[in-house]
Design a protein around this ligand. Structure first.
Ligand SMILES: Cc1ncc(COP(=O)(O)O)c(C=O)c1O
Length: 374
């Protein structure tokens, strides 16, 4: 088993030398594949809100210009106040960061040298950050097409590790686990004294969002990661936070750089959180687009994950790996997210973001052309 896990890990590293480990920044993908960058590119590899940022950010931007002269509030106090009101949990249970990515790095640093599990498929940063901190990373790979989480089976594995990462709702599948499953996962972690880290970066894209953030008030072994960069389309500004018990957060936050959250991100974060209509509009938009896209994909003979989010996994069932389709689309300027570095998926699917209707339509046309030509 250990040999298999090692093989899995080193195999992935070899792939990562070629392909970028994340979506977005498309020019690096073309460079890594030694491909000519087409004149027009549509980026389906980045999974942020296709409606963009709330309008208020553009309206206020000039007013916020003065904030760049001085150092930002190291405690992010006004933003913390907004968060505490929104989540209805005390400030002592919150830690803000320069994106959820910084939070993940801080957690990994806190876990340095320990044995940590990651439930896959999942966002690659958990394993990358933990490996950087000399953790022993155990990859627990769920099986497609449902990627079901069997907590009873998992419990023996939990006994072997000090912490476990779960991405719910899940990137890259877009699947959300049932509330009962998450509850029993949290309970199992408690029984086995395992730190239970749940990444809810995409929780607010689901038609009826469910969060487990309140668990941190009375379950000391639970950490909830959140990101504002996805729903509010502020990936370039960077903003995320962690909820957990105050003693643990103090330890995790110890190595956070003093001014890691910049002044513009703080202002923008407050304005985003105050705009209650943006997530509602987004969820409605995504649901409509997703239904249309899934119907069309079925007609064209493609398979997709049963996603509830703003992205989904796609495959042509006629191919064992999707490499040829991936390249076909890249040549035509459609950049999908490769899945080579997602254990359990490794190229068998492609991840696709839901974008504006015109872009989605163009991609569906390209997929129809692929079916005709291949
Ligand atoms: C599941 C998940 N968590 C966290 C992050 C990092 O988010 P942020 O932009 O807030 O650093 C990402 C980014 O893709 C993600 O997919």
């Amino acid at each position: 088993m250990q040999f298999f896990l090692l093989l899995l890990f080193y195999g992935l590293e070899a792939v990562l030398l070629e392909l970028p480990a994340h979506g977005s920044n498309t020019k690096y993908l073309y460079e890594s594949l030694n491909m000519q960058l087409p004149e027009k590119v549509i980026d389906f590899s980045v999974n942020i809100n296709p409606l963009g940022a709330p309008k208020v950010l553009k309206e206020k931007w000039d007013d916020w210009f003065f904030t760049i002269n001085d150092y930002p509030d190291p405690y992010a106090s006004p933003l913390m106040k907004q968060l505490t009101e929104q989540e209805n949990i005390p400030i002592s249970h919150l830690l803000v960061g320069n994106g959820a990515a910084e939070i993940i790095t801080l957690i990994a640093r806190y876990l340095a040298g320990s044995k940590v599990a990651v439930i896959h498929p999942a966002f690659s940063e958990y394993a990358i950050a933990c490996n950087n901190e000399n953790c022993e990373v155990v990859q627990i790979v769920l099986s497609e097409p449902g990627w079901n989480l069997d907590v009873v089976k998992l419990e023996t594995k939990l006994q072997e590790v000090e912490a476990i990462f779960l991405c719910n709702p899940n990137n890259p599948t877009g699947i959300r686990y049932e509330q009962e499953v998450i509850k029993s996962f949290i309970d199992a972690c408690k029984r086995t004294h395992t730190l239970c880290i749940i990444d809810e970066a995409f929780y607010d894209f689901v038609p009826e969002p469910v969060t487990f953030i309140k668990k941190v008030l009375y379950q000391e072994h639970v950490l909830i990661i959140r990101s504002l960069t996805k729903m509010y389309s502020i990936a370039g500004l960077r903003l995320g936070f962690l909820a957990g018990n105050p003693t643990l957060l103090q330890k995790i936050g110890k190595t956070k750089p003093h001014w890691s959250v910049n002044a513009l991100a703080m202002r923008a974060g407050i304005a985003c959180l105050q705009d209650k209509s943006h997530p509602v509009k987004t969820r409605k938009f995504i649901k409509t687009e997703r239904t249309t896209i899934f119907q069309k994909l079925k007609q064209l003979g493609f398979e997709h994950s049963i996603s509830q989010l703003n992205f989904y996994l796609l495959r042509d069932p006629g191919l064992s790996t999707q490499k040829r389709l991936f390249h076909y689309l890249l040549e035509r300027g459609f950049v999908l997210r490769h899945t080579e570095n997602f254990p359990g998926i490794e190229g068998k699917w492609l991840r696709v973001a839901i974008k504006q209707p015109e872009a989605n339509k163009k991609l569906l046309e390209a997929l129809a052309a692929w079916k005709q030509e291949k």
